[in-house]
Design a protein around this ligand. Structure first.
Ligand code: HEM
Length: 148
């Protein structure tokens, strides 16, 4: 009787495993391009698209550089732009639950387009949901306290 093949569970988040699974800088660049293309075209993303300036290229570059370091690869954002706190960098924006969901929807669709393993797509969305939620909380806190 043949033994069933046990597929090893991929491990992400150790060293540069996430960066490698994303395809390095080229893969992240493609992912971020797809992400901003969805933001530019999906009706659900209209509000968050309007929070950006007309030219999305600086945002494409900044998110690509940020994700490189965030995924365990070269810390390109820090190298080119210095240190960043993701919630603080968004705290001037009116980001609520629907905006957070729209951002994650664009990312979910962009990840699916890359042909990544489903487990990897889920890993990235789960991990990005954490800073996305911190952003929402920070923005809603700021908006509430400005009203008073
Ligand atoms: C929660 C939903 C989010 C929305 C609506 C959003 C929206 C935006 C907008 C409008 C900008 C441009 C800011 C400006 O021009 O002043 C921006 C910048 C940026 N976002 Fe987000 N964002 C979200 C989540 C995230 C997440 C989860 C990350 C990464 C973990 C991220 C990373 C960045 C980076 C690195 C920049 C450039 C910051 C800078 O250099 O000033 N964003 N975002």
């Amino acid at each position: 009787m043949t033994q069933p093949t046990i597929q090893p569970t991929p491990v992400y988040g150790i060293g540069d495993t996430t960066y490698q699974a994303a395809g390095g800088l080229e893969g992240i660049t493609r992912l971020v391009d797809a992400f901003y293309n969805y933001m530019d075209t999906l009706p659900e993303a209209r509000r968050i698209r309007e929070m950006h300036v007309e030219d999305l290229n600086p945002s494409r570059q900044k998110l690509t550089y940020f994700l490189s370091g965030w995924m365990g690869g070269p810390k390109l954002y820090a190298k080119h732009f210095g240190s960043i706190s993701i919630p603080v960098a968004h705290s001037h924006l009116p980001i609520g639950m629907e905006d957070k969901d729209a951002w994650l929807l664009c990312m979910e669709k962009a990840l699916a387009d890359q042909g990544y393993e489903p487990a990897f797509q889920k890993y990235i969305i789960d991990k990005l949901s954490i800073p996305a939620e911190s952003i929402r909380l920070m923005c809603e806190f700021k908006a509430k306290n400005q009203d008073q």
